[in-house]
Ligand binder design. Structure first.
Ligand code: FES
Ligand SMILES: [Fe+2]
Length: 355
């Protein structure tokens, strides 16, 4: 088992917390839209307190400040006009690079006004559009199953919770709660024990396989098209891949022919509000979309009041401020240590950001 480095059990002061927030803000990709929903309208959103707009122009996703340079109207209320974004207020048009190309009230000034929109890098992969507010140091997460035709993917609507991003992400791989919050669905309160598991770190990822977890005959793992034996139902291992600091892929039947996959990517609206993008993928029960949607909605709503109740809403500044259970909380500890290492400049940021 990975040994935790006791030297990181340090108090994280206000300055370190500021550095962590700044590093998270400037060096990582955050999801801003589902690719299939970014079509013929601009979409406004808030990321780390910045009001931004994402729009598809000339076939490529673009992210700009959501503020017209003329009188400050929100460009997310505007429309796509050809290959341009048109402001809703006085019709100024901005091209795909954010340059002003038309001022209807004075056409002759259109080429003379130097009023480009601040633009941010974008990339698009695995069904998501991403942006970074600074300089990305790691590539956006790669999900090979997304391009595998044997998998079918559905996404939930984007939703926001009143919690910090780390609290939301940690909830996904804190699996000792399954027996209690999701008793009879993802876990069994008569079998709450969590066995040891091993962590592997690869670049900016934390990986581990945990289980076995019970799975129940009345949930979607046993949708009408499936035919699983009792051993299979009670023997599933979950394979986790955490992409630091804000995404996770979970294959719920590692190595099995019937795989249910959860693909989650988060973006901070602010320190204590988080925007959540969720895909479910599966390579079986292809006609059971509604069952899978209901399943995901049920599990999400079971988690919500618990996670929103956690205090402090952000992770504690000191690892010793909460109790950690040997084995069961290992992944969460590694995640927190990684965050704290960022705040102390101890994480090697590797080149590899997409354009
Ligand atoms: S505020 Fe945008 S065109 Fe006037
Ligand atoms: Fe949960």
């Amino acid at each position: 088992m990975t040994q935790l480095d006791p030297s990181v059990y340090m108090h994280m002061d206000e300055e370190a917390e500021d550095r962590l927030y700044r590093e998270m803000r400037e060096h990582f990709w955050y999801p801003v839209a589902y690719s299939d929903e970014l079509t013929d309208s601009p979409q406004g959103f808030t990321l780390f307190g910045e009001q931004l707009v994402v729009v598809r122009l000339e076939g490529k996703a673009r992210v700009f400040e959501d503020l017209c340079r003329h009188r400050g109207a929100a460009l997310s209320l505007g429309v796509i006009d050809g290959d341009c974004l048109r402001c809703p207020y006085h019709g100024w048009k901005y091209d795909a690079q954010g340059r002003v190309v038309r001022i209807p009230a004075r056409e002759e000034l259109s080429d003379l006004v130097d009023a480009d929109l601040p633009a941010y890098p974008t990339t698009e992969t695995g069904g998501l559009v991403y942006t970074c507010l600074g300089e990305p140091k790691f590539p956006a997460p790669t999900i090979p199953e997304f391009d595998d035709p044997s998998y079918k993917f559905l996404h939930l609507d984007i939703y926001e919770w009143d919690c910090s991003l780390p609290r939301r992400l940690e909830n996904y791989f804190d699996f000792s709660h399954f027996a209690w919050v999701h008793d009879g669905i993802l876990g069994d309160s008569s079998q709450p024990r969590v066995e040891d598991y091993e962590i592997t770190k690869v670049g900016s990822e934390i990986r581990f396989v945990a289980g076995p977890f019970p799975e129940f005959t009345d949930n979607v793992k046993n949708a009408p098209e499936t035919d699983r034996s009792e051993d299979e139902i009670y023997g599933a291992m979950k394979q986790y891949q955490i992409f630091m600091p804000n995404a996770m892929k979970l294959n719920s039947a590692a190595g099995d022919v019937e795989d249910y996959l959860l693909w989650v990517c988060l973006a901070p609206v602010g320190p204590t509000r988080t925007r959540c993008f969720t895909y479910q993928g599966r390579n079986y029960a292809m006609d059971s979309d509604r069952q899978f949607e209901e399943f995901a909605e049920l599990v999400t709503e079971q988690d919500r009041p618990i996670v929103e109740s956690q205090r402090p809403a952000e992770l504690p500044k000191d690892l010793a401020a909460e109790m950690h259970i040997r084995g069961a909380d290992l992944a969460a500890l590694e995640y927190r240590i990684w965050l704290y290492q960022i705040s102390n400049g101890r994480v090697e940021l590797a080149p590899g950001g997409d354009e």
